[in-house]
Ligand binder design. Sequence first.
Ligand code: NAD
Length: 264
Amino acid sequence: MEIVDYVAGEKEKLKNEINRLEIKPFFVIIQINEDEGSNIYIKGKIKDAGEVGIEVEHIKLPLDIKEKEVIDKIEELNKDPKVNGIIVQLPVPEHINEEHIKGAISPEKDIDGFNPFSKFIPCTPKGILDYLDEEGIEIEGKNTLVIGRSSIVGKPMARELLKRNGNVTVLHSKTKREDMERYVASADLIVVATGHKYLLDHTFTYKEDATVVDVGITRIDGKIYGDCEPGLPVKLQTPVPKGVGLLTRLSLLKNVMEAYYHEF
Ligand code: NAD
């Protein structure tokens, strides 16, 4: 199924489910920046939540706020039973330690999955796994390749694939081209998240029944490109745009619901 249709169907199901709930799920977004990208992401999260009936509060804190004051605010929200989830929209100002902030969010409310003890799978890997399940793509015993090792995509993706008994290989910016060719040629599933336009192109050899999940987003002259050249000779390749970005946004809503039901 196309990702757009899958996401629309899942959102419809969430909307019907939330419609029946007397107390609505509710999360808080804390923003401590004037970043244009963050403004766009926050707008998207509020819109998505509104479409399914989840309530959101957007708290903007002053840029010169002290780290301790941010942590006090997070702790207040941690204790508030009305709040199901808490997001701190990154980046935070330089004088605030990002790790301290991530660590302050209660693991039961960390719907982004950024706290190392979070009960939640970060939204991008979670969205990918749910979609692979929907498509009936097996992971156990399969050669799964993750290209990119960031803490929000590559590493948690590799961890989740390993949990599902995939044979997991992780490549990164120091991997040699000839080695990448070898791993790509034998992979059943490739998840690529580098931000390198068309890193995987037609010069590589692929298994014809492989699945390629393209996470990358590169903006050039107002146009968006993925990490993969379109039309690779594989069984399934996710599009960019209207691919993993939609899955990621859906997962945030699902994590809010898990937090609401305490499904962990
Ligand atoms: P990051 O910059 O933190 O990490 C990039 C990773 O790619 C690094 O681990 C690096 O080692 C690896 N890498 C870079 N160049 C490489 C190369 N030539 N060969 C092999 N590995 C290489 O990025 P990130 O936060 O993981 O995001 C990666 C991409 O995915 C970006 O384009 C980002 O915009 C996009 N992204 C999309 C979504 C979504 O929802 N669609 C979510 C998160 C990230």
